[in-house]
Design a protein around this ligand. Structure first.
Ligand code: PMP
Length: 280
């Protein structure tokens, strides 16, 4: 079953209009929310961010956050999702093709689930990444469907046999093509501040909170490519990748090619959060 507007239905019943603005302009927003052992992780935070994205794009949400939450829980339940995720997107809907907003907006909402195991091997062994220029627009804080800059960067990483591309804007490390980026130097964690140049990740915020709790110093400051290359530890965070160590950048080994101590500490704290949610 999938969610269409506020109803659960069979996928065969879904009809997307040829002139849907999501399809023609990428005029819409989305969220990916993790499910662990049948329970949503951070659903309120994701829906709050969805609300913010809508506001920034002057889109009104077609349903209340409470109703959306209820439907997503029903969707995950009816599909018996154990470890997986839900993808939810809302577009500005069908209207005669013209760039400006239509006078009568009829937004289109679709949500669907899939089973997705935790990326255990990558969490344990780390990943290799490349760096590439951040060619995206200046509102990366909005989780919009317009992802071509991200798509091209991720493809570059794939072509290089890597899992992620770390984006550099005018010398400054912003984030990954689908993740936030952190470095550790002399025991201090550093990550780009949450402004218009990055998506303020839900996992990023969980992580900052956990670091604070664990007494690990974190600074939300910009850093450049040479700080990245000379860091003691590097890791990325996202809903699907959790806290993943980076062990190689542009074929250069990070520290000794193994996940660092602070990365592992934060991973362990994150793991505890997952365990907690299962007990609910
Ligand atoms: N930055 C970008 C560009 C992303 O696509 C994602 C993944 N949604 C993130 C950061 C991480 O965000 P979250 O932790 O909310 O998944």
């Amino acid at each position: 079953m999938i969610l269409v507007q506020d109803q659960l239905m069979d996928q065969s019943e879904l009809h997307i209009g040829m002139e849907d603005r999501g399809y023609q302009f990428g005029d819409g927003i989305y969220e990916v929310i993790r499910i662990y052992k049948g329970h949503f992780f951070g659903i309120e935070e994701h829906l709050t961010r969805l609300e913010r994205s809508a506001k920034e794009l002057q889109m009104s949400l077609p349903y209340s956050i409470d109703l959306l939450k209820q439907r997503l829980i029903e969707l995950a339940e009816v599909n018996s999702i154990h470890d997986g995720q839900v993808y939810l997107q809302i577009t500005r809907g069908v209207a005669e093709r013209t760039h400006h907003f239509p006078d009568n907006q009829k937004s289109m909402l679709v949500g669907y689930t899939k089973e997705a195991p935790r990326p255990l091997q990558k969490l344990r062994n780390g990943i290799s990444v490349i760096t590439t220029e951040d060619i995206r627009w200046l509102r990366c804080d909005i989780k919009s469907l317009n992802l071509l800059g991200n798509v091209l960067s991720k493809q570059k990483a794939k072509d290089a046999g890597c899992d992620e591309a770390i984006l550099i804007r005018e010398g400054t490390v912003t984030e990954g093509s689908s993740s936030n980026v952190f470095i550790v130097k002399d025991g201090v964690v550093k990550t780009h501040p949450a402004n218009n140049f990055i998506l303020n990740g839900i996992t990023r915020n969980v992580l900052l909170h956990l670091a604070h709790e664990a007494g690990v110093e974190v600074v939300e400051n910009t850093f450049d490519q040479s700080e990245l290359m000379n860091a003691d530890e590097v890791f990325i965070s996202s809903t699907t990748m959790e806290i993943t160590p980076v062990v190689s950048i542009n074929d250069k080994t990070v520290s000794n090619g193994l996940p660092g101590a602070i990365t592992q500490l934060l991973q362990a704290k994150f793991e505890q959060q997952i365990e907690k949610i299962q007990a609910v």
